[in-house]
Design a protein around this ligand. Sequence first.
Ligand code: ZN
Length: 425
Amino acid sequence: MENLQQFIQRSPSSYQAAETIVNQLKVKGFKLLDEREAWTLKPGKSYYIIRNMSSVIAFRLGLDKLSDSGFMITGAHTDSPSLKLKSEGGNWKEGSARLSTEVYGAPILSSWLDRELSIAGVVTVRKDGIWSRILFNHKKPVAIVPNLAIHINREVNKAFEYNKQDHLQAVLGISKSKEDPLRTLVSRQLDIESGDLGEMDLFLYDPGAGSFLGDEYFVSPRIDNLAMCHSILSAITSSMVSAATQVAVFYDNEEVGSLTYQGANSSFLSEILERIVYSNKENTREDYFRAKAASFLISADGAHAVHPNFSDKHDPDYSPKLNKGPVIKLNAAFKYATSSETALVFQGLCEDLSIPFQKFIGRSDMPSGSTIGAISAANLGIRTVDVGNPMWAMHSIRETYGMRDHKLMNDVLTHYYNKGISRNE
Ligand code: ZN
């Protein structure tokens, strides 16, 4: 679990998450491929590709013909709900420096107030006349979105609605100057002129480390979905070369609907799978379709554990609990991609290892959440199951997770990569 704690600490935004993933892949011998180059791939060797510095695909080429054994794929997302900074939105009000924000995804907004926040993401900088993008992480707490005192906001404990334009500007801890406070902060840290700083993709985040509550719970920012990124990374880097080609995809932008150049609703994974098939010049288009038909995708994202104070918010027959094992997620409208067939495949993997598993279907009178599974299944034409480990307070700035569930998910995913699925599954 300390490993997960460090992984999350090093990954304050999707950009640093991708860097953390890539650093681990490099240590384990995965080689970088450039989408602009021609590729020569060798069976049994491991590779990775990056898009937008924030999405990563890693794979290990299998020993068998792709048309026979296909791709064993797992997927998760690198981004988390947050407050994104507007590059030009720095302003001064009542003597305080403020940063204008946009809401990224759907955070539980109240959990972001009165919290020491730092800033991370990427920025564009000009050096010797050439613009490039570099990672930025302030690391130390530097901003806060203060609440209004209850004495002048008596409704705050009732149904108070924060106005997203006016109430969520973050106050920055720097002293008065005439310059834009955000550009001043970033250019000072990078030791460059503020004129050499261009557009910025920066997010507020909680720089506090995750903590352990006894030996039961892990409380941390960004468990959704860095916990599943960490599980998948552990599985693909510790599994053995197999007949099937093993693939791990870490997508950015799930929290805002995935429709980006690097998101789950992009060409990224389908193009990489196609290029892997055609890297063997003997393969035909029919081999490509056969490979996909033999393939399987486990989409792993957080699941809602039943909350003891709000147990009526769950269907009593589908109420996953913390520390009781991975969750298979189902939905009649296929907001989750799971079918009875794919549920059985994941269940079989758990049963092979005597690992307990749970199932989740939301209450019939509540709309379902969704994730990358359904989008990927539809775009790729690959059978998919949606799973994840249970947590409380999904999208809070601090989420609560069961410590035992993490190892169970790591073990199932590693087993999946080593074993694959049989053709009659
Ligand atoms: Zn998620």
